[in-house]
Design a binder for this molecule. Structure first.
Ligand SMILES: Nc1ncnc2c1ncn2[C@@H]1O[C@H](COP(=O)(O)OP(=O)(O)O)[C@@H](O)[C@H]1O
Ligand SMILES: [Mg+2]
Length: 249
């Protein structure tokens, strides 16, 4: 199998047509390897969420090809695509992907019913502990704060041991300590589970943990730096501070 968990080649996405046409993603190629964590930053509306949802097969591109774990998902029908998603992809999306009528622990149990290879119990308990949500397992999403929901969504994504982890602003409603914890978790999941990870963020607290930083501007992805956090150094931090604030998917 290829080293690249994700391969996107000449992918574009256009919404609407004529006067309402929006070219959300211009010709984009991106590869992410096992164990690699990349960050994508950029202003609101620049196409980050579009890229992430196409990378995970939640929506198809207008042009181009996407491979996840060696499967050409752009050539698959919806049923086979959802199989690939279930098997390989963990999403941490801004609109949290929690099921409103299931408790936290039932959200995880549901995954056990549809998929093998999830974390064993000890590891799951350790994950919940690290995220500080052990006491919340009997609660429903609506009884949780925004930050708690976000941490549960992170637990749910990591629980399934995905080979491709896609996180859209995963720390937006967390304080600094929690944000660091979460980023460490994502990094350690990438390294210990050999997962490829993409984190969309404008949060410069997080980029110390990533291998490459890309900036998205008007649907075009630019590589800003690579080679590990140390070597990215000052200039990257300066640049990240200009990343701007943004709201959502
Ligand atoms: N389903 C959609 N229909 C029409 N336009 C969309 C849709 N999704 C995104 N867009 C547009 O594509 C552009 C990029 O959006 P998005 O990927 O959400 O940006 P970001 O995540 O960087 O804020 C924006 O102009 C947005 O309005
Ligand atoms: Mg977005």
């Amino acid at each position: 199998m290829t080293e690249h968990v994700l391969q996107m080649e000449d992918v574009t996405k256009t919404f609407g047509s004529g006067r309402t046409e929006v070219r959300a993603l211009k010709k984009t190629s991106l590869e992410v390897s096992r164990g690699e964590v990349i960050a994508i930053i950029g202003p609101s509306g620049s196409g980050k969420s579009t890229l992430l949802t196409i990378a995970g097969g939640l929506q198809g591109p207008t042009e181009g090809e996407v491979q996840i774990a060696g499967e050409r998902i752009t050539e698959l029908g919806e049923k086979d695509r959802s199989k690939v998603r279930l098997e390989h992809v963990g999403f941490i999306l801004q609109s949290s992907n929690l099921v409103p009528f299931l408790t936290v622990s039932d959200q995880l149990k549901l995954l056990d019913q549809v998929k093998k290879g999830n974390m064993p119990k000890d590891e799951r308990d350790g994950l919940l502990e690290e995220l500080g949500i052990t006491k919340l397992t009997g609660k429903y999403p609506n009884d949780l704060s925004g930050g708690e929901r976000q941490r549960v969504a992170i637990a749910k994504a990591l629980y399934s041991n995905p080979s491709l982890l896609l996180a859209d602003e995963p720390t937006a409603s967390l304080d600094s300590d929690r944000a660091f914890e979460v980023m460490k978790l994502l990094k350690s999941a990438a390294v210990t589970k050999n997962a490829a990870t993409i984190v969309v963020t404008h949060d410069n607290r997080l980029t110390d943990y990533v291998d490459k930083v890309y900036k998205m501007v008007d649907g075009v992805l630019h590589l800003q730096g690579e080679g590990g956090s140390e070597r990215l150094g000052e200039s990257r931090t300066d640049f990240l501070e200009k990343g701007g604030n943004e709201d959502g998917i």
